[in-house]
Design a protein around this ligand. Structure first.
Ligand code: IPE
Ligand code: IPE
Ligand code: MG
Length: 240
């Protein structure tokens, strides 16, 4: 039930929200700060948004933390982003203050440092039985790469005679997101209106919401606005 005109409907909260957290660099530039400071503020904000999603009853939250294209940035910036991610993973359980949150990471692991890969495995394992919120971090993630990997696995399975037909579900179950339902709502901050290689297979029928707010400033209030907009839409999935 809707409590008031501006409150979200708890019963139709999107099951899966995906966020392209964009605008850290511009946030810093506006303040005469380094881009690294923008990323630090962005990672602080992520902690708040995870908590807000948990409290609202969102079941899956996927965030775009680092794309396969982000290696094109200066080494110092890439290093700082990796440092922040490592820091987040190391402190994840403390940050979550006992909340029932499962952490998963999607993306290509091999180019990441051993330290990060170990930490990903540790945290995924430590939280694997938690069921209230799945918090999925897309790290060194690229949607095209994900599909290429799935197709390669299909080829291997076909060679071994394990597969005779290719269909949507055979592809879906070979993606990083195999057990995760598709996003209902995709949010991108900072005014950019593009997908930048994020979950390109999975967002076929997601509702898109673009906000001009830069990621470090994207608050719970803005998230609620996005959800309200989502709740005002009619999804048809090709029907009428
Ligand atoms: C998003 O902020 C964070 C990452 C892509 C890792 P940006 O760093 O892209 O910020 P802008 O787009 O340059 O403002
Ligand atoms: C998308 O943002 C990637 C992440 C938020 C991690 P970018 O800032 O890298 O995207 P483009 O380059 O503007 O498309
Ligand atoms: Mg950007």
């Amino acid at each position: 039930m809707r409590n008031s005109k501006i409150d979200i409907d708890r019963e139709t909260i999107p099951n899966h929200i995906a966020i392209i957290m964009d605008g850290n660099g511009r946030w810093a530039k506006k303040r005469g700060l380094s881009r690294s400071m923008g990323h630090r503020e962005g990672s602080k904000n992520l902690r708040k948004i995870v908590e807000a999603c948990y409290n609202m009853g969102v079941r899956y939250l996927t965030v775009y933390a680092f794309s396969t294209e982000n290696w094109a940035r200066p080494k110092a910036e890439v290093d700082e982003l990796m440092r922040l991610l490592l820091d987040y993973l190391r402190n994840a359980e403390k940050e979550l203050k006992g909340k029932d949150v499962r952490i998963r990471v999607i993306g290509e692991k091999y180019p990441l440092s051993k330290e990060i890969v170990n930490e990903i495995e540790r945290v995924e394992n430590a939280t694997k039985n938690r069921k209230t919120l799945d918090f999925i971090i897309a790290l060194n993630y690229g949607g095209r790469q994900e599909i290429v990997n799935a197709v390669s696995r299909i080829l291997e399975d076909a060679k071994e005679g394990k597969l005779i037909e290719v269909n949507e579900s055979e592809i879906s179950r070979r993606l990083y997101t195999s057990e995760i339902p598709d996003p209902d709502l995709l949010i991108r901050t900072s005014g950019e209106m593009r997908v930048s290689n994020f979950l390109i297979w999975q967002i076929s029928y997601s509702e898109f919401y673009f906000s001009d707010v830069l990621w470090p400033d994207f608050s719970e209030k803005h998230l609620k606005e996005a959800i309200l907009t989502y709740q005002s839409r009619q999804r048809r999935f090709g029907g009428i």
